[in-house]
Design a protein around this ligand. Structure first.
Ligand code: PLP
Length: 387
């Protein structure tokens, strides 16, 4: 009865795990939840004020243009140009979260059999959506979680339609270095038929010296075929408000807007109005990054002692490599995450979902105390994992 297309789609694993963990908590168990992909804090109070103000506007309760309120579209485009220092002719569409933007973008671009280059580790939704549109995911290997450019270039074929890049990266917690982006730009320039999808949703959550750069900073003409994915879920701690956007060439954004007009009409008018009134607050971001950095210090201390630390500099994730404890056996991520949950009540996301083996993703977003307690428990336990 259910269509094959939807029947074969997997439920989002992080969302499911988060739900499962919450169920355990509700049943009275104390669980240390390190699965979350969201900040456990309120948005900037100025933004909340703007939502309150917008409640008094009739337009907050009415349809907007399919692509979003034109004034807000203009404002977000200007913000993008200014903050990322790019000169762009691109257009922008406001979507119901970045995820919905990606879904519509893939619907607009992927024909059955089209190949999509996907660096490992990846956010699982990319893989599921590519398959949903009957595209062919072509994974790219990595060195220390940075895509291997030789592998990338060797996998480009006549059928390559898209290349997805996500920096700062979920799940590795790193931004790809400038030199890497520069070399990547040189390669991408050689293949004018490939559309580049640059998921920059964690852009502001970085605590490194320099903000992340992208291939189009080195080769600006790439902007003619780059679609930037962004939104307020992470930088405004507003995952539930479902506001995201795509910035890309007019001929692509136009088609996405056509699709959105038929499938969702528009994204929430109230939040659009609030965003029109709101000026992005870098102090708010600095406060968030300070908390993440605090948790990073705790994690670094413990992981270094066990020799499994690597430097993270952005987003709020770390990949815990189990192979140090288990050897290079077949993938046991799911079993080990379940065992850890039942033995010490620390909940992690198995890394298999992200295209790797024998590991788990740790989220650094919980409050300081929860994170400290969970980390102590986890790192006391890890050496005993296989005993
Ligand atoms: N892109 C990446 C890499 C993410 O990790 C997430 C959410 O976890 C999203 C996009 C989705 O963001 P949104 O809440 O705006 O749909």
């Amino acid at each position: 009865m259910i269509s094959k297309r939807v029947a074969s789609l997997e439920e989002s694993v992080t969302i499911r795990l988060n739900g499962l963990t919450k169920e355990l908590i509700n049943s009275g168990k104390q669980i240390y939840n390190l699965t979350v992909g969201q900040l456990e804090t309120f948005p900037d109070s100025n933004f909340i004020d703007k939502i309150n103000t917008s409640l008094n506007k009739l337009s907050s309760f009415q349809y907007t243009a399919a692509g979003g309120d034109p004034a807000l579209v203009k404002k977000l485009l200007a913000d993008y140009s200014k903050r990322k220092n790019v000169n762009t002719n691109s257009d922008l569409i406001i979507t119901n979260g970045a995820k919905s933007g990606l879904n519509q973008l893939f619907a607009a671009l992927i024909d059955p059999g089209d190949e999509v280059l996907l660096p490992v580790p990846y956010w699982p939704t990319y893989l599921d959506l590519i398959k949903y549109y009957q595209g062919v995911p072509v994974t790219i290997s990595h060195k220390n979680y940075i895509p291997d450019l030789f592998d990338l270039e060797s996998k480009i074929t006549q059928k390559t339609k898209l290349f997805i890049i996500n920096s700062p990266n979920n799940p590795s917690g790193i931004s790809y270095p400038q030199n890497f982006m520069k070399n990547l730009a040189i390669i991408l320039k050689k293949y004018p038929n490939i559309i580049i999808v640059s998921d920059e949703i964690y852009y502001y959550l970085n605590y490194q010296a320099d903000p992340p750069l992208y291939p189009y900073h080195f080769e600006p003409e790439l902007l003619d075929r780059v679609v930037v994915v962004d939104g307020i879920s992470k930088c405004l701690a507003s995952t539930g408000l479902r506001a995201g956007y795509l910035i890309g060439p007019k001929f692509i954004i136009k088609e996405v807007a056509k699709l959105q007009s038929q499938t969702a009409s528009n994204s929430c008018a109230l939040i659009q109005n609030a965003l029109s009134l709101y000026e992005f607050n870098l102090e708010y971001i600095a406060g968030i990054n300070k908390e993440i950095l605090h948790n990073q210090d705790i994690l670094k201390r413990h992981a270094s002692k066990l020799g499994i630390w690597y430097e993270i500099d952005s987003a709020f994730y770390f990949i815990l490599d189990f192979s140090k404890f288990t050897g290079n056996s077949s993938d046991q991520s799911n079993q080990l995450c379940e065992k850890i949950l039942s033995d010490i009540q620390v909940s992690l996301v198995p890394i298999t979902q992200f295209g790797l083996t024998n590991g788990a993703r740790i989220s650094l977003s919980p409050d300081r105390k929860t994170f400290q307690d969970a980390t102590v428990k986890l790192f006391e336990y890890l050496p005993k994992l296989l005993n």
